[in-house]
Design a protein around this ligand. Structure first.
Ligand SMILES: [Zn+2]
Length: 94
């Protein structure tokens, strides 16, 4: 029995991006604060590609293809166009 090895299997590695505060637990990205499993590519598009610099530890930093604010705004825009000019105004029911 090699107990030191068993111990190391249980240990967790935790890396925090000094720039955007995102954390990686055992190499898996989690959103800071919530601890919810995140998507490195989305994180890159939303945060790291804008704010990140050489300090940023996101392995997907500089990669396009994830979620971006532009895309989110476009989605909202499309959503508003699709539903906002209709006559039903389902969101505006009293
Ligand atoms: Zn970062």
């Amino acid at each position: 029995m090699d107990s030191s090895r068993e111990f190391s299997d249980l240990s967790m590695s935790r890396t925090e991006c000094p720039k955007c505060g995102a954390i990686w637990i055992n190499g898996e990205h989690r959103w800071s604060g919530t601890g919810v499993k995140g998507n490195e590519l989305d994180l890159a598009g939303l945060v790291c590609n804008r704010l990140g610099d050489s300090q940023c530890v996101n392995p997907s930093k500089g990669t396009n293809g994830g979620d971006t604010w532009e895309r989110r705004l476009n989605d909202l825009d499309t959503f508003a166009k699709k539903y906002g000019e209709g006559e039903s105004q389902w969101w505006n029911k009293e």
